[in-house]
Structures are given as C-alpha cells and as structure tokens.
Ligand binder design. Structure first.
Ligand code: BG6
Length: 255
C-alpha cells in the first residue's frame, strides 16, 4: 500500500474507477508494453483476487490470452480454491495452445488443486456445424456448467492485434479497419464507442451471460491497450478491472 501511495496509484485507481464506471479497479506499477514483469504483477494481483473472492463449490469461467495465462501462473495451492471448477469460457479461438482458455483453465486447476473441464470445439464454426456441436452431450454439459459460473476472468486485446493473432481473413481485417475496431474480448470486437462491430461464432460465454455473474475480473494492461480497455468497459465490464499504470494513465489522458 505504501508504494502505491508514493506513486499515486490509489488515487489513479479511484479516478479510473469513476471514469469507467466500475465497481473496483486495481492498478499495478509500470507498463506491460515496456516490461514482461508488469504482466506478471497483474497476474499476481489477479491470482490474489481470485483467492480472496473464492466460495466453496463455485465455477470460474476462464478466457484465454497471455494476461490470463499470467494469472494462472501466479496461482498456488489454496484451500479456498480447492473446491473450484475452472471451465473454459469459450472453445478454441485459433490461437496457440498455451493461450487457449482450455489450457489455462487446466493450469489454474493444477496450480490451485481445484478441478477443471475442457471444451473441445474447433475454431470459427459454420452455422451448420455450430448447431450440431452445441447438441453434443459433452459440450452441452460444459455449457450448462458455464451458465452457473460465479466469476469470469478474462483478458482484453487490441482489435487488430487479436485479429492478426487469430490469422483472420483479409476480409475481416478490412472490416475491422473500416469500422474502426479498437478492442476485443470474448470473441467480440468493439469500436471506440463500445459498439460491437464483429462477433466470432464460437461456443461458450456470450456477452449477455456476463450479466448473471457475481464477479467479472477483466485483466489487461499496457498503454497500447488503453482504447481497447475503455471500449470494452463502455459496454460490458461493470465490475473489476486489473490493469497497469501505463494503460490507466493513457485512458485518463484521452478524451
Ligand atoms: C484471448 C481472448 O485469448 O486473449 C481475447 O480470447 C482477449 O478475448 C485476448 O482479447 C487478450 O490477450 P492478451 O495476450 O493480450 O492478454
């Protein structure tokens, strides 16, 4: 707490909380764009929060990406989380396996002593396949479990970065450019005003599902993600944001 005071982080947290209309904001020192270590600190803050917020028998929905992976890495065996089931928030979104929600959910379970479920669904489904896949008993079971999730933990990405990382088609890249997409979360792409400009067809948590959850823990930092974070918070996140000083100052400096 003392270090936060020295850097004025407590003040920043309150300013950002008000600006984005959130319940709670946690800011770590530094800028993840500048140093990997800052992402690890966000991970540490996320791991601590998950431990503090844990309730017996809960389901935690887990999204993918390097930042949520950092949260998983920082988790440790804990009696509070031993009775938690970690469930991937969505199927594969066409990223490296270590960045997929499936893998990260299993890692969280392994680190804490909790349990996990997997969702084996391919990336970017056609309408027809989608309808078949969600009727599969195994998938249905995981989707039902997801509906009971108490907490969601997820990252927020830059729109163009995420589209490139998912090797999206030139058409989609063009569409995102034309619609001024700035951010992405849960397979939804947003413009600066927080309007959804594109949505990937994947199995799992939809934006509306977040309404039912008790806690939504969004973890994202780095000044380059300022617009992405602000855009997502304009629509969907009303709860907890874990970010870094770089992103916080950039959001507060923008109009
Ligand atoms: C992805 C999520 O895996 O991670 C996205 O599906 C999110 O919704 C992204 O935007 C964030 O990734 P990172 O690596 O910047 O934390």
């Amino acid at each position: 707490p003392l270090i936060k005071e020295l850097f004025g982080l407590t003040e920043l947290e309150e300013m950002l909380r008000r600006r984005l209309g959130l319940r709670r904001v946690i800011i770590v020192t530094g800028d993840a764009d500048q140093s990997e270590w800052v992402k690890k600190e966000m991970g540490r803050a996320g791991a601590r929060l998950l431990r503090e917020e844990a309730r017996p028998g809960q389901v935690v929905a887990v999204a993918g990406g390097t930042t949520v992976a950092a949260v998983a890495e920082m988790m440790a065996p804990s009696p509070q989380l031993k009775e938690t089931t970690f469930v991937p928030a969505r199927g594969g979104l066409g990223e490296a396996v270590e960045l997929e929600a499936n893998y990260i959910a299993s890692l969280m379970a392994k680190k804490t002593g909790g349990s996990y479920r997997l969702m084996h669904v391919p990336d970017q489904l056609s309408e027809e396949t989608y309808r078949t896949v969600i009727r599969e008993p195994h998938i249905r079971e995981v989707l039902e479990l997801l509906k009971t999730a108490r907490i969601a933990v997820h990252g927020i990405g830059g729109a163009m970065e995420m589209a490139a990382r998912r090797k999206s088609s030139p058409e989609l890249l063009r569409h995102l450019r034309e619609t001024d997409a700035v951010g992405e979360a849960f397979g939804y792409y947003f413009n600066r005003r927080g309007e959804i400009v594109h949505k990937m067809k994947t199995v799992g948590i939809q934006l509306d599902d977040l309404q039912r959850m008790e806690r939504i823990i969004s973890v994202a930092g780095g000044a380059s993600k300022a617009d992405a974070i602000a855009a997502f918070c304009a629509v969907a996140c009303r709860d907890t944001l874990i970010t870094d000083e770089g992103a916080a100052r950039a959001i507060l400096a923008s109009e």
